[in-house]
Design a protein around this ligand. Structure first.
Ligand code: HEM
Length: 178
């Protein structure tokens, strides 16, 4: 008789004999489709509920602090050589708000679409992936520092995963500092 058939039959019989095989164990914490554990998700959502009222202030602190180091970035907000203050201030809020929207998004497809769309915008503006990740890192460091009293390793892991998601989706783009 065919070896494969014998194998199948015996495993069929084995399933009726006691003691039964234990179901395969999944080691480690269970993650959702986006790679977050339940506690990371919860920690991120709870933290963002506290952060949300300060979006404008924190967004400004982080983005303008970032531009102090990455000074060429300000050129991206110039129209015909003149600084577009409205666009600059709007970005300080929108980049921060965007991270909040990612945290709240439950659908993995929409989550990925949001990241792709954001990458497209920055490719068009010739903003390199490294800089997107640097700004996201600055946001995480800032928030963890401001909320150090309620911060936890779980919250930090959750935030670092958000940065990883931005990184893994942007690392095919060229770096451009012009
Ligand atoms: C975590 C990193 C970042 C996030 C989440 C983010 C988010 C956003 C969002 C939500 C928009 C608006 C998109 C739209 O209108 O459809 C935007 C536009 C833009 N971003 Fe970012 N951004 C990030 C990093 C950066 C960096 C590092 C720069 C360069 C200094 C930059 C430059 C721009 C520019 C030039 C625009 C277009 C602004 C305009 O149309 O007025 N972004 N970004």
């Amino acid at each position: 008789m065919d070896k494969e058939v014998v194998g199948k039959r015996s495993s069929g019989i084995a399933s009726h004999i006691y003691p039964k095989r234990l179901p395969q164990m999944k080691a480690g914490p269970i993650t959702d489709e986006m790679g977050f554990t339940l506690s990371e998700r919860l920690a991120l959502r709870q933290a963002w509920n506290l952060i949300r009222p300060f979006e404008r202030r924190y967004g400004g602190d982080i983005f303008y602090g970032f531009l102090n180091d990455v000074y060429w970035g300000i050129n991206k907000f110039k129209d015909n050589g003149k600084l577009n203050m409205k666009a600059l201030h709007t970005h300080a809020l929108r980049f921060f708000h965007f991270i909040g929207l990612l945290i709240e998004e439950k659908d993995p497809v929409v989550f990925q679409l949001m990241i792709n769309e954001n990458n497209l915008t920055h490719s068009r503006c010739k903003v390199g992936s490294d800089y997107i990740v640097n700004l996201a890192d600055a946001l995480v460091d800032y928030v963890l520092q401001v909320f150090h009293e309620i911060s936890s390793p779980t919250l930090e892991r959750g935030f670092r995963k958000i940065v990883e998601k931005l990184m893994s989706s942007t690392d095919q783009q060229p770096i451009n500092t012009s």
